[in-house]
Design a protein around this ligand. Structure first.
Ligand SMILES: [Cu+2]
Length: 273
């Protein structure tokens, strides 16, 4: 059972273990290596077989929960001591503080949307972009140029919405927690953070930036906090059934082959510190 901690409290060893495991996963030549995760996110960014599995749908949260768990398990296969950390962007809001330090994720890109200049993922020799929407082989960031990071009060607003999601179950849903969390409805937590970092994080191949996983771990933590408040049961996910082209609670999340309901109570696999 893993405990997922904030990036702000990681020890030097925990940071170097995480970076080393991510790089080892990148170096694997086949199977569910790092680039498999990038490719899978690109494939499922838009609808597959008429279903929006990963985005703009109720299954945004379960899909990414399962995706993160697969990545965390792949890292644990390399080093069992590694747990996925989360980046709480309401508390750690500097482009030079955690997690953007030179011993962890590295800092900003050059001149707005240029290559990252510091840290273990700077430059195509240390961290090569192989699977991408663009031709850049170096990781890019353009922090602070687009929009702002959500605040603690934005988070409180989202966690206070008791209904999981509403029809039409997409980016135009006018109420519910999920679309506020994902970004289609104000205050729009998840999408704002992608745009604030910019570069690869603002593209369909955003998992090329390892910060993706720290950000999505925080989104998963916030969903967990919402569940802790309103309930982990299958009745807390919507829709319960009968909605075509939407993952109902008992339908399968592709390509993972598990149902949405199986992801709801994560407490047997990991908890948040
Ligand atoms: Cu995202």
């Amino acid at each position: 059972m893993g405990t997922r901690k904030s990036v702000a409290v990681l020890t030097a060893t925990e940071k170097s273990n995480f970076v080393a495991a991510v790089k080892a996963l990148k170096a694997q030549s086949s199977g569910r290596n790092y680039d498999w995760f990038v490719r899978t996110h690109m494939t499922y960014f838009n609808a597959v077989n008429g279903h929006n599995y990963a985005h703009m749908s109720p299954s945004f949260l379960p899909w990414h929960r399962q995706y993160l768990l697969l990545l965390e398990n792949a890292l644990k296969a390399i080093n069992p001591a590694v747990d996925l950390p989360y980046w709480n962007w309401t508390a750690n809001r500097s482009t030079t503080g955690a997690p953007f330090t030179s011993d962890f994720m590295g800092g900003n890109g050059a001149d707005g949307n240029g290559p990252v200049l510091s840290g273990p993922f700077a430059g195509s020799t240390r961290w090569r972009i192989n699977v991408s929407a663009t031709s850049s082989t170096s990781l890019r960031r353009a922090m602070t140029l687009r929009g702002s990071l959500p605040t603690g009060s934005d988070v409180d607003t989202v966690l206070g919405v008791s209904t999981y999601d509403v029809s039409p179950w997409g980016s135009s849903s006018g109420s519910g927690m999920r679309n506020r969390m994902e970004g289609g409805l104000s205050p729009g937590l998840h999408g704002r953070v992608h745009n604030w970092i910019g570069g690869h994080m603002a593209q369909v191949d955003s998992p090329n930036d390892p910060v993706f996983f720290l950000h999505h771990c925080n989104i998963d933590r916030l969903w967990s906090a919402w569940q802790n408040r309103w309930g982990y049961g299958a009745d807390r996910y919507l829709p319960g059934g009968g909605v075509a082209n939407v993952v109902d609670v008992d339908e399968v999340l592709e390509p993972f082959g598990v149902t949405a309901s199986s992801t709801l109570d994560h407490r047997g696999s990991y908890t948040y510190a």
